[in-house]
Design a binder for this molecule. Sequence first.
Ligand code: SF4
Length: 138
Amino acid sequence: MSQKAKKVVVLPCSGIGKVYGALARETAYELMDRVRPGVVVTTCLPLLVIEDSEAKQLVTANPVITIDGCPKSCAQKSVEAQGVTPAQSFQAINFYKAHKDLKPDGIAELDENGRRLAAIAADELARVVDDLAAGGVR
Ligand code: SF4
């Protein structure tokens, strides 16, 4: 496997109307904008569903981390439907279970607890991103 640093795709579910969907999205934004800019990239989940060629190429050519807002696991399943196994798949509720002092609230926009939890989750996922970017096990 190549040792060259690569992009890591972080794909949150759409999560409309669900606080943990919002948490999944915010965690992905934190990773992309603050924690590992230039390494973490993402795309719109529906693009995969409609088999957009660029979105498909992105998840085929790079390691993928999915973050889902509920057990329906739409992000994970959408990647798998392209014949790709995500390198790591997370349920956003587990970020809360690991930090029970930060119960998130909000749907369109997370509250202060939710934003802090997303930042902490992104910091914790940095290790996984670094490993994958360095060509770690997919
Ligand atoms: S995994 Fe759950 S919260 Fe996320 S898009 Fe699917 S149904 Fe909605």
